[in-house]
Design a protein around this ligand. Structure first.
Ligand code: GLA
Ligand code: ZN
Length: 670
């Protein structure tokens, strides 16, 4: 079954309203709701006094409309009685201040008392709902994150280090604690990288970020274990933040879940923009799919204006449906809208649901109701089909953490750099997997590894194998700079990748915001794009039997190579020594796709996105993100699944913010 639904908070509304809500949900085609992830104070109003009656009644009403239930464990927002009794459970921020009550996510994941309370509420819920016919699965907590710097974490960090390094000699050596006389003679002396300690040892800071991530993974695991034991028939997931979230190693967090779910917002009160760039959500979907290399759920899909203090630009007519289809086009196997009805109170009273504050079901509801009817007809075809990219991008959380500690240049951001390259691929309508550095790369023709800053041997080996077997690899600046302890390698850069890239970084320049260089392509296929801007960072390259394909035009390194192409084994490696703007990556991507023999799915105008899902059948998704009608030229005969069974070939029009879901007649089973 394709799950289509909504996040619902019956506890926010009078019980007399619940039947009407359920009726409207069923009319919208919803078959699933998520409940209870912030309802701890209703489920355990006083310590040890549990009340699930209200939730049972809400679920009964939903069940009478054939709606299934995903339950959230409520640990992201502990009740006041708990935190008042155990003030040590509050998280400590990087500035050393303990957070106080009033928001959510205020707990420390390593606090033993908090973990006991967690154990109890999750066990109670699991026991109560294990055999409930409506319940299909669980979301653990809500959007894990936020590093804790409390004394309990300090001690746990020291233990974590002891396990990682075995001896203080080893730790002192790896971190280089001789610098500024930080040589530790007892594990107890090792501090947390608090702001009060100033700019920390990079080795210590990276390990602390890894430790923080592991802390949430372990906290989640405790809940996973309870749910697996008590509710073996139910799935277990968590709602991730998407690509932009920086605090956790999401590959680790995903490992023991059945699938990844994530929360997708394109318009929020923090960013009021007229146009939404669809490549941001596309990247997030691909990154979330990549965590387990399998389809995912969108547990929260935008349902209206997003806002806490500020109110976002209203989603334009068609956007909510289009964005939900974009999720499906990238591999979502379920979409739930956040939220059902706009809350009248609380921090999120401007985070709009499908219904207005007063319960009115207006434009947004009607738009999604239309989609609900469509999902009823196409849902079964979607289930089990998957996205099959021949291009991958490598996402390294170690590198990401290392750049959080030392950005290298104020104009450099790892996620923005990653997105810049991704956007150029997205504009050429090729599908991209975002995968872990050690992932099996054998199914890809082209792999891009942006700024692989922290580079373990195993990852360098993985890339070498990929290229030796015939793959095309792209490496960008600041790769191979650090070892696993976040110390700079004792090698010419790009370190472990030097041989593979056939290049040596002779020296590098970090550019100020008012500085500018340029790159001129020397390769004939790229010459028409010259010149393109070189910003932020310039590696001055010394090729070793490699072809320089672009050179700098300015400054004391004018004429020196900026981009090189190397042959290695059966494959090829492109080293891009600078950070450019969109034009650099667009030029390179066009050429790289050729080099790697990757076909774009369909040539379509700007503003149109194309993806495909396969299951024997080939489904083509054509999404028009533009405000005007656009025309695409199809490469064969297709059945239009949303429009009954019309057969399309040749030119097809796509209305503004509309979508075509097409079944390829040549690649169809029936
Ligand atoms: C996140 C959370 C939700 C809600 C929305 C809107 O995705 O998971 O609980 O807070 O954002 O702010
Ligand atoms: Zn803590």
């Amino acid at each position: 079954m394709f799950y289509f639904g909504v996040d619902y908070y019956p506890e926010h509304w009078p019980e007399e309203r619940w039947p009407e809500d359920a009726r409207l949900m069923a009319e919208a085609g919803f078959n699933v709701v998520r409940l209870a992830e912030f309802a701890w104070s209703r489920m355990e109003p006083k310590q040890g006094q549990y009340d699930f009656d209200w939730l049972d009644r809400a679920i009964d009403i939903l069940t009478s409309h054939d709606i299934r239930v995903v339950l959230g464990t409520p640990t992201a927002s502990p009740p006041p009685w708990l935190m008042a009794r155990h003030p040590d459970s509050f998280r400590v921020r990087e500035d050393g201040q303990r957070v106080t009550f009033g928001n959510r996510r205020e707990y420390c994941p390593n606090n033993l008392v908090y973990r006991e309370y967690t154990h109890r509420i999750v066990t109670r819920m699991a026991e109560h709902y294990a055999d409930h016919p409506a319940v299909i699965g669980w979301q653990i907590d809500n959007e894990f994150g936020d590093r804790c710097y409390c004394p309990v974490c300090a001690r746990a960090f020291q233990d974590w280090l002891r396990r990682r390094y075995g001896s203080l000699d080893e730790l002192n050596e790896k971190w280089g604690t001789i610098f500024w006389s930080h040589v530790y003679t007892d594990w107890d002396q090792i501090p947390l990288p608090l702001e009060t300690g100033g700019s920390p040892n990079p080795g210590l800071a990276l390990d602390f970020f890894r430790f923080s991530s592991d802390s949430y993974v372990a906290y989640q695991q405790m809940q996973v274990d309870i749910l697996r034991e008590k509710c073996p028939e139910h799935f277990v997931t968590h709602n991730f933040h998407g690509f932009h979230y920086e605090g956790l190693n999401y590959f680790d967090l995903a490992r023991d879940l059945d699938f990844v779910a994530w929360d997708n917002y394109q318009r929020t009160g923090w960013l009021l923009q007229a146009q939404v760039d669809p490549s941001y959500a596309a990247l997030a979907h691909d990154a979330m799919r990549g965590l387990k290399r399998q389809n995912f759920w969108v547990m929260e899909q935008q349902a209206g204006q997003g806002g806490w203090e500020m109110v976002s630009v209203a989603p334009r007519p068609g956007e909510l449906r289009l964005w939900a289809y974009q999720a499906i086009a990238h591999g979502a196997d379920a979409v739930l809208f956040f939220r059902w009805r706009t809350a009248r109170f609380g921090t999120e009273q401007y985070w709009h649901g499908l219904l207005d504050h007063d319960g009115h079901a207006g434009r947004r509801y009607q738009e999604i109701k239309r989609m609900g009817a469509e999902i009823k007809t196409i849902g079964e075809r979607l289930v089990g089909s998957s996205v099959k990219p021949s291009v991958a991008m490598i996402l390294s959380y170690d590198s990401r953490f290392a750049f959080q500690i030392q950005a290298n240049n104020p104009g450099f951001s790892y996620p923005n750099h990653f997105h810049q390259v991704y956007r150029a691929l997205h504009r050429r309508h090729v599908l991209v997997d975002v995968v872990a550095p050690t992932a099996d790369l054998s199914s890809y023709q082209l792999v891009v590894a942006p700024a692989l800053h922290v580079l373990p041997d195993a990852v360098a080996g993985n890339l070498k194998r990929f290229v030796a077997a015939g793959g095309v690899l792209v490496v960008t600046p600041r790769s191979g700079v650090k070892d696993e302890a976040n110390a700079v390698v004792n090698q010419r850069l790009p370190g472990l990748l030097a041989e593979l890239c056939g290049v040596e970084v002779e020296e590098y320049d970090s550019l100020g915001a008012d500085m500018y260089n340029e790159v001129e392509f020397t390769l004939p296929e790229l010459a028409s794009h010259s010149p393109v801007a070189a910003k932020v960072w310039c590696d001055v390259l010394q090729p070793h039997g490699t072809t320089a394909i672009a050179r700098y035009t300015q400054d004391y390194y004018a004429g020196k190579p900026a981009i090189t192409l190397n042959r290695f084994g059966q494959g090829q490696v492109v080293y891009v020594g600078t950070v450019g703007d969109a034009r650099l990556y667009e030029a390179l991507v066009g050429w790289l796709l050729n080099l790697a023999g990757v076909q774009e799915i369909l040539a379509v105008p700007r503003g149109v996105e194309v993806t495909e899902r396969w299951q024997g059948d080939r489904l083509l998704f054509v999404l028009n993100h533009a405000e005007r009608e656009q025309e695409v030229t199809l490469d064969g005969r297709y059945v239009d699944l949303l429009d009954g069974s019309a057969v399309l070939e040749g030119r097809a029009a796509v209305a503004p913010r509309d979508v075509l879901i097409l079944l390829d007649e040549e690649n169809a089973n029936d």
